[in-house]
Design a protein around this ligand. Structure first.
Ligand code: KE4
Length: 427
């Protein structure tokens, strides 16, 4: 009998490009039929065939307190009962802005938007308006949403202008983006030596989660802070994924690097469309209606989305919240790695806070090139074998994974046991 997932996918492909509303969901990287989920509860999700999975995608990060947390659901219901949107200021927007600035001292001012893409796109425009410059620096393997200037790959030579990584992005726009190697402090020094006074902003994932999980080197972080300060470029830390995931104060709090602007999303919306950008007051005051840099949004600060985000941000401040997430992410990834070692399979793993990376390579990658050298086919086999065991990992070898407060010790043990069963049958 055809699975409901397949039936839904067949029908969806007739009227939705690729059958999905975001490409990574289509399972193109891992192959097979994408899962259509119908409900989630705690650490688990159920697909259209009513099959249950322990979920390590967490909607790509937001579900840090688990699916359908009763307090989040109630806050959403209560807010919805008062109004689904006004296109006007509400007290809850002030409340979440104050909470964000309390939790993240680098936020002197903050503006709410509806997606991480909006947050990063606007942060770039703001940096350009503040500096009067046009060039931006980004890093191969980092993803910052789909605005034109950020859908850019490295140009032919190391320091040349970027080339579009998507059709539809004009070469003229891509040429304003220089793409460098993540964790390459020397390359950063050279770029600033070459273009220093032309650079409006450097944007980076301070913990990279879009080329699997890659941790920053200390000297890389220190170099970007020093060079942006020296050359008057705006340092934008894109914490849409790492924010509230690496720890309560994100990657910049964990590593102690001071940004000029940060972008946020995912967890701060609790699963609903709420994101933000913010930072230095002198930069943020360039924003309309105060300043000349324009940005706007019908759904910005939507009260129902803010209710989900506010409640989630209150729950993550519970004593021991991140200590437990850090422990279960570490236990789970070390347990899987121990099993792979026992079965003689080239494998490594790492975690930071509630984020983790699984790699089919002997050593943990520290760069884009090293990630690309991992055995993607082996990951894809592992992905499907774990799916058959009821464990849902990110459907791509180039994504980080996430645990939530709803993952029990039994879930972690079951996941390790599933991996051990998969590795035992590994040919
Ligand atoms: P959104 O526009 O998807 O809300 O955020 C874009 C974005 C910006 N910055 C970082 C560091 C991000 O990770 C993202 C989005 N992450 C992907 C997952 N790798 C979202 C999943 C998807 O594209 O469907």
């Amino acid at each position: 009998m055809t699975s409901h997932n397949q039936q839904l996918f067949d029908e969806s492909q007739k009227i939705i490009p690729g059958g999905v509303n975001s490409p990574v969901r289509a399972f193109k990287s891992v192959g097979g039929t994408p899962l259509f989920f119908k409900r989630g509860k705690g650490a688990c999700v159920w697909d259209a065939d009513d099959k249950r999975y322990i979920d390590y995608v967490n909607s790509w990060g937001p579900m840090i307190v688990g699916h359908c947390h009763p307090e989040v659901v109630k806050a959403v219901q209560d807010a919805a009962a008062e109004g689904l949107g006004f296109g006007a200021p509400t007290a809850s927007e002030l409340e979440i802005a104050e909470l964000l600035c309390k939790i993240l001292p680098s936020l002197e001012m903050v503006r709410l938007v509806s997606s991480g893409t909006e947050a990063t796109m606007t942060a770039i425009r703001l940096a350009r308006g503040f500096t009067g410059r046009s060039r931006i620096l980004k890093f191969e393997g980092c993803y910052h949403g789909h605005s034109d200037g950020l859908l850019v790959k490295a140009g032919s030579g190391a320091l040349t202008f970027g080339q579009p990584s998507s059709s539809g992005v004009p070469a003229e726009i891509a040429a304003l983006t220089t793409v460098l190697d993540y964790n390459d402090a020397a390359g950063l020094e050279k770029a600033f030596a070459e273009y220093g006074d032309e650079i409006a902003a450097l944007i980076v994932e301070p913990v990279a989660g879009n080329m699997n999980l890659i941790l920053p080197r200390r000297e890389f972080l220190d170099a970007m802070r020093k060079l942006c300060t020296k050359h008057g470029a705006v340092l934008i830390l894109d914490e849409v994924m790492s924010g509230f995931r690496v720890g309560l104060q994100g990657a910049h709090g964990y590593f102690g690097i001071k940004p000029d602007l940060i972008t946020l999303g995912k967890v701060m919306g609790g699963g609903l469309p709420a994101a933000a950008f913010g930072g230095r007051r002198d930069i943020m005051q360039c924003l309309a209606p105060l300043g000349a840099v324009y940005q706007a949004g019908t759904l910005s600060g939507n009260p129902v989305a803010v209710a989900a985000g506010l409640t989630t941000l209150k729950l993550v401040q519970a004593p021991g919240f991140y200590e437990r997430l850090t422990k279960i992410a570490k236990d789970m990834t070390e347990g899987i790695a121990a099993s792979a070692k026992k079965h003689g399979i080239p494998f490594s793993s790492q975690s930071i806070g509630s984020m983790f990376g699984l790699y089919f390579s002997e050593k943990v990658p520290t760069s884009y090139a090293e990630v690309m050298a991992c055995d993607k086919e082996a990951f894809n086999r592992f992905f499907h074998a774990m799916l058959a065991e009821g464990v849902y990992l990110a459907p791509s070898a180039f994504e980080a994974g996430f645990v939530s407060a709803a993952h029990s010790d039994a879930d972690i043990a079951a996941t390790i046991a599933a991996a051990d069963k998969v590795f035992a049958a590994w040919k």
